[in-house]
Design a protein around this ligand. Structure first.
Ligand code: ADP
Ligand code: MG
Length: 440
């Protein structure tokens, strides 16, 4: 069977303009990030000021990972203008509850080795050659196969003891553990050479989705042992992001004192900038003059507003619609008609959710939901009850219970820290809201 053409090609694009993937660390990615000037400036100040950890807190899908990627890309350009040297990690690290210092450190060392090897060429032409790059490169490609040890003989032997950092003391053997240790030593040597002090920059490491550690007790137990050996390791600088107050919880803990600066709040992208998100993507991906966007800039911005401002979910709904529609059919009608069709399609889905789950909600419930979406960017703590117009927490919690039963919000209590409670809007809640605000 012949390979089917991509649906995006049929719309006239090289790729998916509604992809929900985060923006990548690259010049092309830079072009896709809209707004965020203030946040970028703040991250830049934290980095040039020598912060070990820049922390980003914000709801799911708001744009934290993308912001971090572009901030890192920008920072990596500074050395070209005589600024400090920042090298951006091209992978994202995450922590799991079962992680130990050793398991995490292994992943970090590997990722850092990868960045340094990838940049070795340009570092060399900039007068900062790294010793032993070929060996590390081979080990990265085949660590289990003992590639490292094989290369140890070939490379280091050739340098005849001239490589002060690592070759001297250890007898080569075939264990991966040894290789890991050897790699860590080399990497630290490289870091010390490239970044003799805090002002000289560092390798930017991403630790994403801290909320995956579930509760703040686990988060702190996992993170505390990493504090000095990793978060404060010379030559490494961190961008850590998380949702649901997890970054704030870590920041507020005495166990992490002195590591984090004040976390940067990542709020939803202002509605008026949202058409540009689609515009930038269309510009980057268009490959036919008569390309047709199944969801136009305007339709997308309307959607974004009517689901309470969440980029990832707006992209996800648009992507699904584009997949399910017939490109030929959409090409044959006007943009206004296409927009109407999209609206009707989302409304149909929203109606189903609404009828199944939200029909019995009263005005007071909707008022809470509305405030949560509009003023709290979809997520907050019940301790903010006053902002909802309540004099006490319990009446707010009864509204939250009704919304939870209707699956429009989720309510989580941190087992380790009862004060860390989060009310967050669900995707279903966002769809129901679409129906609610478009209710004629
Ligand atoms: N400022 C922005 N401009 C354009 N697109 C963005 C912006 N921020 C996020 N996006 C897009 O929105 C989606 C969600 O962003 P992401 O960074 O993954 O959010 P988070 O990490 O907060 O969950 C991604 O597809 C990303 O490309
Ligand atoms: Mg993310």
């Amino acid at each position: 069977m012949a390979m089917p053409t991509s649906v995006w090609h049929e719309y006239g694009f090289r790729g998916n303009p509604y992809s929900t993937d985060p923006i990548e660390v690259s010049a092309a990615g830079r072009e896709l990030l809209i707004g965020r000037e203030q946040e970028l400036a703040l991250i830049g100040r934290h980095l040039t000021g020598g912060a070990s950890v820049v922390a980003l807190e914000g709801d799911f899908g708001v744009g934290k990972t993308s912001l971090a990627a572009v901030a890192a890309f920008d920072a990596a350009q500074w050395s070209k203008e005589g600024g400090p040297l920042f090298l951006a990690m091209d992978t994202r690290l995450s922590l799991r509850p079962e992680d130990t210092r050793e398991s995490f450190e292994r992943r970090v060392v590997r990722a850092v080795a990868h960045v340094l090897v990838a940049n070795a060429g340009s570092l060399k032409s900039g007068g900062r050659p790294l010793d032993g790059v070929e060996g590390v490169k081979r080990w990265l490609q085949a660590p289990e196969a003992g590639g490292w040890n094989a290369s140890l003989g070939a490379n280091v032997g050739g340098v005849a003891g001239g490589n002060a950092g690592f070759g001297k003391a250890r007898t080569p053997n075939t264990s991966t553990g040894f290789a890991e240790l050897g790699i860590a030593e080399i990497v630290d040597g490289w870091l010390a050479q490239l970044f003799p002090n805090r002002d000289s920059g560092g390798v930017l490491c991403f630790l994403d989705n801290l909320e995956e550690l579930n509760d703040s007790g686990t988060a702190l137990n996992v993170m505390e042992p990493l504090r000095d050996p990793l978060f404060k390791r010379p030559g490494l600088r961190w961008i850590i992001s998380g949702a649901q107050g997890m970054v704030r919880a870590a920041y507020a803990s005495p166990k992490m004192a002195g590591v984090f600066l004040n976390p940067i709040d990542v709020r939803p992208l202002p509605h008026k900038l949202v058409p540009q998100v689609i515009f930038a993507r269309m510009k980057a991906l268009q490959d036919q003059d008569d390309a047709v966007a199944p969801v136009s800039m305007t339709a997308f911005a309307n959607l974004y507003r009517s689901i309470g401002q969440n980029l990832r979910y707006a992209l996800n709904l648009s992507e699904r619609y584009a997949f399910d529609s017939d490109p030929d059919e959409l090409r044959g009608i006007s943009e206004a008609d296409r927009d109407l069709r999209f609206h009707e399609s989302v409304l149909r889905e929203a109606d189903l959710v609404y009828a199944a789950q939200a029909r019995d909600l009263g005005a007071a419930d909707w008022k809470v939901f509305d405030h949560l979406l509009r003023s709290k960017a979809g997520s907050c703590s019940p301790s903010e009850y006053k902002d909802f117009g309540y004099a006490q927490m319990p009446p707010l919690l009864s509204r939250v219970r009704k919304l939870t039963e209707a699956h429009l919000v989720s309510y989580q209590i941190d087992e380790a820290d009862q004060r860390r409670r989060t009310i967050s809007v669900t995707d279903h809640g966002r769809l129901a809201y679409y129906r609610h605000v478009n209710d004629a």
